[in-house]
Write a protein that binds this ligand. Structure first.
Ligand code: DAH
Length: 338
């Protein structure tokens, strides 16, 4: 009896089954009513009394071991069955929800792309900046009314630290850290303390351009801006420059383009003038060059600044600024193929 138990133990330890059916046959072979182990139990009554205790224990162990082995094999099969189902390679793939690029990013990239073709590189500066970079270096005298033109969010007073109100602050940074020739584009977010409406927001985006070198002229400025307008809005686009005032440029101008909605005939968008304003510009004021450590007798420069929202409104006919920051996917999805 003992030897039989030993032999069965050895067999069961080695048990293998290729599939569920083979496994079931093994169960029948050992554990069913006529199974080999069950038969040993039947023979148990013939075991001499003095061995019953020992053999009984061995038999029970054998039965438990066989049961466990079969259970383990069964769960192995079940798991591999599940795994097979999960990796059904014939199934169609789950759709991946793709995001879209924000319209302001699309337009910012396009502006950068256009100017990079005429030699401009990108420079960036901080959104929280000091008074000197935002106003002082740019020729805003302390009590100058021009400072009131910008409703500023102050972070600290005395010394004044603020959220920049324009990307012209990056001009001051670039000119104090680099010597001409300088030809940079400074895109970024700016902040002004304005009530939020369809036409105004407390934060928006600008791109600043700055070119400083020997013999830079107003004609160079005009040519660069004409090139930009035609690349951005189409080859028929006309520009016009109107005299204006900014503390950091002299002379200063504002640039209009022929309304790209009505082709210059006049519509409600251009208030029936045929023209829409898109940017401010001018020759860098010598005071600004000097404040930043650039010799204004040797170098001249031009600068311009435009609102990315404004360009986007024109290009894609968006008529409410709030749409840009509300993250409404119905709005954003419209730029999927832009
Ligand atoms: N900084 C001006 C603004 O925020 C825009 C601007 C005008 C920038 C003229 C310039 C410039 O560089 O020359 O309204």
């Amino acid at each position: 009896m003992k030897e039989k138990i030993q032999a069965l133990r050895a067999q069961i330890e080695q048990l293998k089954a290729a599939n569920q059916e083979e496994l079931e046959n093994l169960r029948i072979k050992y554990l069913s009513k006529k199974g080999e182990i069950t038969e040993l139990f039947n023979d148990f009554r013939n075991v001499p009394n003095e061995q019953k205790r020992e053999i009984g224990q061995l038999l029970n162990e054998l039965k438990n071991m066989a049961q466990e082995k079969i259970n383990t094999l069964r769960t192995m099969f079940e798991q591999s069955q599940c795994a097979k189902e999960e990796t059904d390679l014939s199934r169609t793939a789950d759709p991946v929800a793709l995001g879209t690029r924000h319209p302001l990013s699309l337009v910012r990239e396009e502006i950068i792309d256009i100017f990079s073709r005429i030699g401009f590189t990108v420079a960036e500066g901080p959104e929280v900046d000091d008074d000197w970079h935002v106003f002082g270096a740019l020729n805003f005298p302390p009590e100058h009314p021009a400072r009131d033109m910008q409703d500023t969010f102050f972070v600290e007073k005395n010394p004044d630290i603020m959220l920049r109100t324009h990307t012209s602050s990056v001009q001051s940074r670039v000119m104090t850290t680099q010597q001409p020739p300088i030809r940079v584009l400074c895109p970024g977010r700016v902040y002004r303390n304005e009530a939020i409406s369809a036409r105004a927001h407390c934060f928006f985006h600008q791109v600043e351009g700055l070119y400083v070198d020997k013999n830079v002229s107003f004609a160079d400025l005009k040519q660069a801006l004409l090139y930009f307008a035609r690349e951005m809005f189409g080859a028929d686009t006309q520009i016009r420059l109107r005299p204006s005032y900014f503390p950091f440029t002299e002379p200063s101008a504002e640039m209009d383009i022929s309304c790209n909605l009505c082709g210059g005939k006049g519509c409600s968008f251009c208030k029936h003038t045929g023209w829409v304003e898109i940017l401010g510009c001018g020759m860098v004021d010598p005071n600004v060059l000097e404040a930043c450590g650039i010799d204004s007798r040797v170098y001249t420069g031009y600068a311009f600044g435009m609102g990315i929202e404004r360009i986007t409104n024109l290009k894609y006919q968006v008529n409410d600024l709030r749409l840009f920051s509300e993250n409404d996917v119905r709005f954003l999805r419209q730029f999927e193929h832009a």
